[in-house]
Design a protein around this ligand. Structure first.
Ligand code: NAP
Ligand code: ZN
Ligand code: ZN
Length: 366
């Protein structure tokens, strides 16, 4: 169905009003479908640790009311008259961005995430001055440039986390040569949470040897089942044995930490990629010079790269481990993540069943 100028529509959502981060049921309006827009019925919404940070204003840039959620999976319900890439009924995803200027050198270089005018999926001021609202809701309208086709091999429940957790680790693995050829390369992953599990799976699929660095050995079984070895930071002997062995280390730790423990793990001229977002400054030791280290940062990925990541996951059968929860448990799940825990088995992603629970009938937040 090609539509333009249909009326704005109301949808159900989970909304926080302040930095307590506590969400309650609310209604928001989605814009009508413009010529380049794709209207999406949201089926599942992944819960990223960035949602925790932003709900609690950890980055000191939060605006309220806030409807979090930038791991979105759903089905196209309508497309604008100029949309070419999507049709009604198609399975699609939306990640962390919904717009950028599309004209600057950064956008032309396919790095929309670094555009000065990027509009994030939520907690961003849109051109209209209104706040963007995210995926903890039952519908969204997004310019087709920021919509990603989901291959059949990626099932509904597991697609959403690829749109943030997946691309966030895929992009630096791509940039630092692991995706092109991981054979003979050693990848480290600090923190085995939502991002960490995807980092292990993608790096392994690219042929790399992977070691997880973690707060304890409680995730040993999980790491080993993914084909990685595991070292606890507190295990001095194992840390000493791992020193100087890692080519590329993805730091997904979701809390403030110095890099003292991590830098010694790198080979000379090895690369540490900061992914976990903490706004406090960290110290850089002189060893970064004497051992020629690269200290990099990385933010999600551009749209072309996000499509590559989705296709890579589909082709290699890389699916995030997810625990599907009802919308009523969303505040509980945020508290679990904030406390440094995750889904029941200690890693993976909480994913909200939007159509089955957020929209369905009478219910209360737990
Ligand atoms: P997550 O599922 O909560 O996992 C984070 C992992 O960090 C935990 O599983 C834990 O691993 C470790 N951790 C948690 N608290 C810790 C603490 N106090 N000290 C040391 N380690 C701790 O979070 P996520 O969704 O993967 O996100 C991870 C971070 O990346 C967050 O800061 C998030 O905002 C950020 N992020 C960045 C981007 C980007 O584009 N750069 C995109 C998405 C998310 P162990 O139990 O194994 O130690
Ligand atoms: Zn995220
Ligand atoms: Zn731009």
């Amino acid at each position: 169905m090609r539509v333009v100028n249909q009326p704005d529509s109301t949808c159900e959502c989970l909304m926080a009003m302040d930095a307590s981060g506590v969400m309650a049921r609310a209604k928001i309006t989605r814009r009508s479908c413009g010529p380049k827009d794709v209207a999406i019925k949201i089926l599942f919404a992944g819960m990223c640790h960035s949602d925790v940070h932003q709900l609690h204003n950890d980055w000191m840039g939060s605006s309220y009311p806030m409807v979090p959620g930038h791991e979105i999976f759903g089905v196209v319900t309508a497309v604008g008259s100029d949309v070419t890439a999507f049709t009604e009924g198609q399975r699609v995803g939306v990640g962390c961005m919904v717009d950028s200027c599309r004209a600057c050198a950064t956008c032309r270089n396919k790095k929309e995430q670094y555009c000065g005018k990027v509009i994030f999926t939520y907690n961003s001021a849109m051109e209209s001055g209104e706040l963007s609202f995210g995926g903890y809701s039952d519908a969204v309208v997004v310019d087709e440039h920021f919509v990603v086709a989901v291959p059949d091999s990626v099932t509904d429940e597991v697609a959403a986390p690829i749109l943030c957790a997946g691309i966030t680790v895929f992009s630096p693995l791509h940039r630092f040569g692991i995706i092109a050829n991981g054979q003979g390369k050693r990848v480290g992953v600090a923190g085995l949470g939502g991002l960490g599990q995807m980092a292990v799976k993608i790096a392994k699929a690219a042929g790399a040897e992977v070691t997880v660095f973690s707060r304890s050995y409680s995730k040993r079984e999980k790491a080993e089942s993914l084909g990685a070895s595991i070292v606890a930071y507190s295990d001095a002997d194992a840390m000493a044995a791992a020193a100087g062995t890692v080519d590329v280390l993805l730091d997904t730790i979701a809390a403030f930490h110095e890099l003292d423990n991590l830098c010694p793990l790198l080979v000379p001229e090895g690369t540490l990629v900061r992914l976990g977002v903490d706004v406090h400054d960290v110290k850089l030791q002189v060893s970064t010079i004497f051992r020629g280290l690269n200290i990099a940062g990385s933010l999600i990925g551009g749209m072309e790269e996000t499509r590559e990541c989705m296709d890579f996951c589909g082709q290699h059968g890389i699916f995030p481990d997810c625990e599907v929860i009802p919308a009523s448990k969303a505040n509980w799940a945020i508290d679990e993540l904030a406390a440094g825990r995750g889904p029941a088995d200690g890693e993976g992603r909480f994913v909200i069943d939007v159509q089955g629970t957020l929209v369905a009938g009478d219910w209360q937040m737990e």
